[in-house]
Design a protein around this ligand. Structure first.
Ligand SMILES: NC(=O)c1ccc[n+]([C@@H]2O[C@H](COP(=O)([O-])OP(=O)(O)OC[C@H]3O[C@@H](n4cnc5c(N)ncnc54)[C@H](OP(=O)(O)O)[C@@H]3O)[C@@H](O)[C@H]2O)c1
Length: 338
C-alpha cells in the first residue's frame, strides 16, 4: 500500500502572527527508506514558540526554515520500515521530523523513546526540551539559593511551569507570572508556587512589590517586553536574569521593544544572560534522569495540553501559544486515516 504523506510547508515569511497564506499543504507518496534509513509515522508533534522565530530570515541560533521547506518540528514517531541497523520496526523515536505524517531519518539527531516509562507527550514536555530548558536555565544560569526569591514569567507554560517547580524543590520562594486567574490558581494550588501574578489583570509592578517583598534574586524570563522591564525594576543585589525567551516579542512588527529599565542591572550589580538549551546537549542525560526522579517522587508535576488532529491543524494549534490558550506543554497528536 502506498502511504500518502501530508506536509505543511512554509510559503511566506509572516508579518505579525502567522496566517493561512503563510502555509501550503502538499499531499504526495511517502518516501521509502534507503539503505541506512528508517521511516516513521509521526505520532506527536511538539508545538513551540521558537517555531515562530524559525519562520523569520536572518541570524539566529538555528538556520531559518526556507520558503518551500517542510515546517521544522520536533516530534515522536513510530518506526514503520527500517533499513537502519539500530532501529527496528515498532520502536518509538524522537527526532526533528517536521510537520508531516511520515518522515525519513538516517538516525542522526534521533533518540529512542521508552513510552512504557512515560507517555510521548511527557517525553516532549518535562522529559524533553521543555524540562531540560527549565533545568539547565534555572540551575546553571539562574543559580538559585535556598530562601531566595525566584520569579518566572510564562509560568503556566511548558518551560515556566517546570522552572518554577524546580525553584520550589530547591527551597526558593517562587512567584509565577501568567495570563488569567485559572492559570494563576493552578500555579499556586497544584504546583505549589508561593504566589502568582495575573499580568492580564494589570499592575505587575505593584504585584511584584507585594509578592517579592525581598526583591527578585532570579528572574527566569520567557516573555520579555514590558514584563521584563517590570522585573528589572525589582531586582535584589546580585540578581541573575535568565533570558530563556521573549514570547511577547515573537510576532512583533518592526523592532522588538527592548528593556528600557536596563540601568537597574547596574544599580543591583545584576547580570542578564542569554541561554540556549542546545549548549547543554552533553548533559541532557543528567537533566532528564533528575527530572524523571522528581516526576516519579511526585515532587514535580507535568501537564500536557494535547490537541488531536491532522497536519492541517498545525497553523491553528501554533496560534494557541500566542493567545495563551495552552496550559503546560502543547502537543499536536497526529490523527489521520491511512
Ligand atoms: N532558550 C532556550 O533554549 C529555549 C528552549 C525552549 C523554549 N524556550 C523559550 O521558552 C519560552 C516558553 O516556551 P514554552 O515552550 O514553554 O511555551 P509555553 O510557555 O508553553 O507557551 C507560550 C506561553 O506564552 C505566553 N504568552 C504568549 N504571548 C504572550 C505575551 N504577549 N505576553 C506574555 N505572555 C505571553 C502564553 O501564556 P499566558 O497565558 O501566560 O500569556 C503562552 O501559553 C519561549 O519564550 C520559548 O521561546 C527557550
Amino acid at each position: 500500500m502506498t502511504l500518502v504523506n501530508l506536509q505543511c510547508r512554509l510559503t511566506a515569511r509572516p508579518t505579525g502572527l502567522p496566517k493561512a497564506s503563510d502555509w501550503d499543504f502538499v499531499e504526495e507518496p511517502a518516501p521509502e527508506p534507503g539503505e541506512g534509513e528508517f521511516r516513521v509515522r509521526v505520532e506527536f508533534l511538539s508545538i513551540d514558540p521558537a517555531m515562530r522565530s524559525w519562520m523569520n530570515a536572518g541570524r539566529s541560533y538555528v538556520p531559518p526554515v526556507e520558503i518551500g521547506e517542510v515546517m521544522r518540528a520536533g516530534g515522536i514517531g513510530r518506526v514503520i520500515d527500517s533499513r537502519h541497523p539500530d532501529y527496528a520496526v515498532g520502536e518509538a523515536v524522537y527526532g526533528t521530523f517536521g510537520v508531516q505524517r511520515y518522515a525519513l531519518s538516517d538516525g542522526r539527531g534521533a533518540t529512542r523513546v521508552d513510552t512504557t516509562l512515560a507517555s510521548a507527550p511527557v517525553h516532549l514536555g518535562v522529559l524533553g526540551i521543555g524540562g531540560l530548558t527549565a533545568y539547565f536555565g534555572l540551575l546553571d544560569v539562574g543559580r538559585p539559593e535556598p530562601g531566595q526569591t525566584v520569579v518566572v514569567s510564562g509560568a503556566a507554560g511548558s518551560v515556566g511551569s517546570i522552572a518554577g517547580q524546580i525553584a520550589r524543590i530547591k527551597g526558593c520562594r517562587v512567584v509565577g507570572i501568567a495570563g488569567g486567574p485559572d492559570k494563576c490558581q493552578w500555579l499556586v494550588d497544584e504546583l505549589g508556587f508561593d504566589a502568582a501574578i495575573d499580568y492580564k489583570a494589570g499592575d505587575v509592578r505593584n504585584q511584584l512589590r507585594q509578592h517579592a517583598p525581598d526583591r527578585i534574586d532570579v528572574f527566569f524570563d520567557n516573555v520579555g517586553g514590558e514584563i521584563l522591564d517590570q522585573a528589572l525594576g525589582r531586582l535584589a543585589r546580585g540578581a541573575r536574569i535568565v533570558i530563556c525567551g521573549a514570547v511577547s516579542q515573537y510576532n512583533a512588527v518592526g523592532a522588538p521593544s527592548g528593556p528600557s529599565n536596563y540601568m537597574q542591572l547596574l544599580v543591583a550589580r545584576a547580570s542578564m544572560t542569554g541561554f540556549v538549551v542546545f549548549d547543554y546537549a552533553d548533559r541532557y542525560a543528567e537533566g532528564a534522569s533528575q527530572l524523571a526522579r522528581w516526576l516519579q517522587s511526585g515532587e514535580l508535576r507535568s501537564r500536557e495540553d494535547v490537541v488531536h488532529g491532522d497536519v492541517d491543524q498545525f497553523p491553528d494549534v501554533l496560534l494557541r501559544l500566542f493567545d495563551g490558550t495552552n496550559i503546560g506543554k502543547l502537543v499536536l497528536a497526529l490523527e489521520f486515516e491511512h
